[in-house]
Design a protein around this ligand. Structure first.
Ligand code: MN
Length: 374
């Protein structure tokens, strides 16, 4: 039997084996990874629909309150991992992850006790849960939703429109993260990148859903995913206010906005969440694009655990900047990639926040004084 479960067409034998594993269960716990995203939730919901059709009871489990992430969340999360019994009563199916590092230690203990365990995934990691026939990983797949769609295709199952719409959402969100799709504030629908066009399987699966869904269904999903195109009035006002608040260092290489700890506008938008962070990200990228002299753009903002900085750099200086701050201010914690990163302190006390902001800003000023004179 083939080992891998490809986002390319799946062999009927392979799909039938998975189906059998699922349908011989008296109950299925469908587990999503921590910080559940659209792809893991979509995969879980599609499998739950399939089990339900076959009269197998199941529930969806996650460490985090998935309802803040996921599309049409009403019936998403059946049980949080904190409320689980000690031992699973039936099969445990992990979707969109296959390593223990993706769940809490409580959920890990629960998964370990399963008598029958199955994983469907498109990631690879250092601490795999399973080896053998019950793990189906396809590293070529750009979303777990795509693998689920291939599973249905092999079994000649045509899911209802609602399930296809959910899979379209899961797939689109992962394609966005993989930079296969790009959402802008000019078009509701995402642009397909060169990488997308080169990937035959992704192209096939995405186009299949695109052609089978109504315009209304697709618009609904893209409005949900494209935050910048669906801002409400207060969010739009916040977005427009950011460029007016920008401050610069003396040579104009570094621009930043400070959102004070008790900023009313920020709090009325719900503080740090998926929507406000999309607005802040757009601000940084737009500032960099519109100002050729600017090398990095940052926002300082409060969240529930303390005070944070998020920064983008055109010259790929983020990690160098963080290293420089640490040289002057050893307790600074931050990381990420050369072009974007973040850091934070873990105190909400105003005096700690102010001291932290001042240290970070003076560290960055010092970096640009030394590295980009003029
Ligand atoms: Mn995924």
């Amino acid at each position: 039997m083939e080992i891998s479960f490809q986002a390319k067409p799946i062999s009927i034998k392979r799909a039938e084996y998975t189906k059998l594993q699922l349908l011989k269960s008296n109950f299925v716990d469908i587990v999503c990874h921590s910080s559940s995203d659209e792809d893991t939730i979509a995969s879980a919901r599609a499998i739950k629909w399939f089990l339900n059709k076959n009269k197998i009871p199941s529930r969806i489990i996650s460490d985090s309150a998935a309802k803040t992430f996921n599309y049409k969340s009403g019936d998403t999360l059946d049980i949080s991992s904190q409320k689980l019994p000690k031992v699973p009563s039936g099969t445990v199916l992990c979707v969109d992850f296959s390593e223990y590092t993706r769940v809490s230690s409580e959920l890990k203990k629960y998964i370990e006790k399963a008598k029958n365990l199955i994983c469907i995934d498109h990631h690879n990691g250092p601490e795999p849960i399973l080896k053998g026939n019950n793990i189906y990983t396809d590293l070529s797949a750009k979303s777990c939703s795509g693998i689920i769609l291939r599973f249905f295709e092999a079994l000649k199952i045509n899911p209802p429109e609602k399930i296809k719409q959910i899979l379209y959402c899961g797939m689109s969100d992962d394609l966005k993260k993989n930079k296969f799709l790009e959402f802008t504030d000019r078009e509701l629908f995402p642009a397909k990148t060169k990488e997308f066009m080169k990937d035959k399987n992704t192209k096939y699966l995405y186009s299949k859903l695109e052609s089978e869904l109504s315009a209304k269904d697709k618009i609904e999903v893209n409005k949900h995913l494209n935050i910048l195109m669906s801002l409400n009035k207060p969010e739009k006002m916040f977005k427009d206010s950011l460029p007016e608040k920008i401050q610069y260092n003396s040579n104009g290489k570094f621009g930043y906005v400070i959102i004070p700890p008790n900023d009313e506008q920020w709090l009325s938008l719900g503080g740090d969440n998926k929507r406000t962070s999309a607005i802040l990200r757009n601000f940084r990228l737009t500032a960099l694009k519109n100002d050729s002299n600017l090398d990095s753009a940052a926002v300082f903002y409060p969240n529930s655990s303390g005070y944070r900085i998020s920064i983008h750099s055109k010259g790929n200086n983020v990690l160098k900047i963080f290293e420089h701050i640490r040289g002057l201010f050893p307790e600074f914690s931050g990381g990420g990639h050369p072009e974007r990163g973040g850091g934070g302190n873990s105190s909400l006390k105003p005096e700690d926040c102010n001291r932290w902001i001042n240290s970070v800003i003076s560290g960055i000023y010092d970096f640009y004084k030394n590295n980009c004179p003029g």
